[in-house]
Design a protein around this ligand. Structure first.
Ligand SMILES: [Fe+2]
Length: 281
């Protein structure tokens, strides 16, 4: 049974309690598939995911949470989600998931439930609250926050004024200087940003979707886009283009005073087969 609010404070490892900082790994846009040999732009997405997770393994001892921010299974199949859940449970860190435009939210919520895997709307960790939003719009690559999601966010921020807040969603809520990708951004950023500005406790927003690194600050809030675990798109380019940059993940350290340290780690090289002539995805 899916739980909307998860309190992980009782489950924090001793090493983390001593540090009093919360360490998160954001892993996104895995584009896994029923078929483990399936390729996106020539790259085997299962293999690429496993290579990235091998790098993430080095952070395991100090990590409190894996945050999976959508486009997890490209064909939204039960087989794909079940394999991912098993992989993450074997990895051994608690994982929370939200859907992207290639997922089917109901399928994801049904199958990504288990001993260490769940799909909550809110996670409490130390004096931080993490809010997970569903920005998917049926049959659309672009994003939208429904009135219900905006209300969930408004309530969560209002109910926890003493908590620092990190928000996670799939779609980018601000443009990233890439016309083709910005057509698929969140289409109603105004009410979202207005809620953030009305409450003073949001310190950061993280998303996937853009398959590239993006870091900026807006009204004192860190705005962070994260590379995919498979193919990367060329940054600051108006037309679609695939980059040869290797895939990776983002680490985040949430400090008790509300500051966020963060960085990107990438594997040394892409798995073989990248097709730079791919016209779209
Ligand atoms: Fe994606």
């Amino acid at each position: 049974m899916a739980q909307d609010i998860v309190n992980l404070n009782s489950q924090k490892p001793a090493s983390s309690r001593k540090r009093q900082a919360i360490r998160i790994l954001q892993v996104t846009d895995c584009h896994l598939h029923t078929d483990t040999e399936w390729k996106l732009a020539g790259i085997n997405t299962q293999l690429s995911f496993e290579w990235v997770m091998s790098l993430a393994e080095r952070h395991k001892a100090e990590t409190d949470l894996l945050l999976l921010t959508g486009d997890l299974v490209h064909d939204a199949s039960a087989i794909g989600y079940t394999r991912l859940k098993r992989y993450v449970e074997d990895f051994g860190i608690r994982a929370c998931c939200l859907p992207g435009n290639h997922d089917k939210p109901d399928m994801l919520r049904t199958h990504m439930q288990g001993r260490l895997v769940e799909t909550p709307k809110e996670i409490k960790l130390g004096n931080w609250l993490i809010v997970l939003l569903d920005s998917t719009l049926p049959h659309s690559e672009g994003g939208h926050l429904s009135d219900q999601e905006l209300q969930t966010l408004d309530n969560a921020l209002g109910n926890h004024p003493e908590h620092h807040v990190l928000i996670a969603l799939h779609h980018h809520p601000i443009h990233i200087n890439s016309a083709w990708m910005d057509k698929m951004a969140l289409d109603n950023p105004a009410p979202f940003l207005s809620i953030l500005n009305r409450h003073g406790n949001v310190k950061g927003v993280v998303w996937g979707h853009i398959h590239q690194t993006f870091d900026t600050e807006l009204n004192g809030i860190k705005m962070m886009g994260t590379p995919s675990t498979c193919i990367q798109f060329i940054e600051n380019q108006d037309k679609f283009g695939i980059s040869t940059t290797p895939p990776g993940f983002r680490w985040l350290e949430l400090l008790p005073d509300g500051r966020i340290n963060t960085g990107i780690e990438r594997i040394a090289e892409l798995p073989p087969g990248l097709d730079l002539k791919t016209a779209g995805y």
